[in-house]
Design a protein around this ligand. Structure first.
Ligand code: URA
Length: 312
């Protein structure tokens, strides 16, 4: 009796699973229990011993024999309601991110759009065993790119607070930085300090670095082979510092950190994502020295950063 009630539950579960398969688009399924070597009658089931030589071989759906009408209701466009059965524990679409859901065919996403997202799978910064000191030691007296042979006086490393919530990343050192060995200490650097103070921070509270650590001759832009050689080190520092916001100053910094080529005039002012870290692209302070009208744009961008950090 108990056995037959178990069988009924099993059959009911199988029916529901088949309905769910229909919902997923499986139109036919052939199962001929009498042909299987492990076929049992309900009377035998209490004493069931499965011989290992007779293990079941799964029948892939593609290789199934021609459709057998199982007497199930024909598939309709309305999905049968689910819930209250073991089917609720089947792999479902609940763990998809909204982006993944929006990539799905409409027929699937329409049924799942109201379901809560339970698992956030967005990439985050990798855990690292690096330290700022170990990264600097690895850089050493770097000759990885031609800037080392083009008149650099010294390598200009990232400085400031390595536990900072706020990090600024520029392009490459200029003459003053090359002379003094610290980033953003020339005229553009002084303007950057004013911006930081206007935001309500001290310069020592934040972290400041560049995509390239050596001065390009005549303050030209670093070339792609030069940024490719140096960029990994600032990215590894980001993974150590784990700031909440990175402000990228100018197109070179923005493009190299975010790996996009959108003009800075379009990128600026909108938070971007770098492995879970908010990135605010804005104009480079050297550009503001040439075109002071752009200061108000930068100030709008910095207010967004300040407000975000104040609500964190
Ligand atoms: N410009 C930069 O991009 N970085 C500096 O350190 C100085 C000027």
């Amino acid at each position: 009796m108990e056995n037959s009630s178990e069988n009924n539950t099993l059959i009911s579960d199988i029916r529901e699973q088949i309905l769910f398969m229909q919902e997923l688009g499986v139109d036919s399924l052939a199962v001929e229990l009498s042909d299987r070597p492990w076929s049992i009658s309900s009377a035998d089931s209490d004493n069931l011993i499965v011989d290992s030589a007779q293990q079941a071989t799964p029948v892939p759906f593609e290789k199934a024999p021609p459709p057998t009408d199982l007497g199930l209701p024909k598939r309709t466009t309305e999905a049968p309601k689910r819930g209250g059965s073991r089917i609720a524990s089947m792999p479902s679409l609940r763990s998809r991110t909204p982006a993944q859901v929006s990539d799905m065919p409409k027929s699937i996403s329409a049924k799942t759009v109201e379901e809560p997202v339970l698992l956030d799978v967005s990439p985050t910064l990798a855990e690292t065993t690096d330290t700022i000191q170990s990264i600097r030691a690895e850089i050493g007296n770097c000759t990885r790119c031609k800037l080392s042979q083009l008149g650099r006086k010294q390598i200009v490393h990232t400085t400031g607070n390595f536990q900072a919530d706020l990090m600024f990343v520029g392009e490459a050192p200029g003459a003053d930085e090359d002379e003094q060995g610290f980033p953003f200490v020339g005229r553009a650097g002084k303007l950057l300090t004013d911006i930081i103070v206007a935001m309500g921070f001290q310069r020592e509270q934040v972290c400041i670095g560049n995509i390239n650590r050596c001065r390009p001759p005549d303050n030209r832009k670093p070339e792609p082979d030069e940024t490719a050689a140096c960029r990994p080190f600032i990215l590894r520092e980001v993974a150590v510092i784990k700031p909440k916001v990175i402000v990228v100053l100018g197109a070179t910094a923005a493009h190299n950190l975010l790996q996009v080529s959108t003009p800075i005039s379009k990128l600026r002012g909108n938070f971007q994502d770098y492995f879970g870290v908010k990135v605010m692209p804005t104009f480079h302070p050297a550009y503001l020295l040439r075109d002071p009208h752009k200061k108000k744009d930068v100030w709008e961008d910095m207010k967004k950063v300040r407000d975000f950090l104040n609500t964190e």
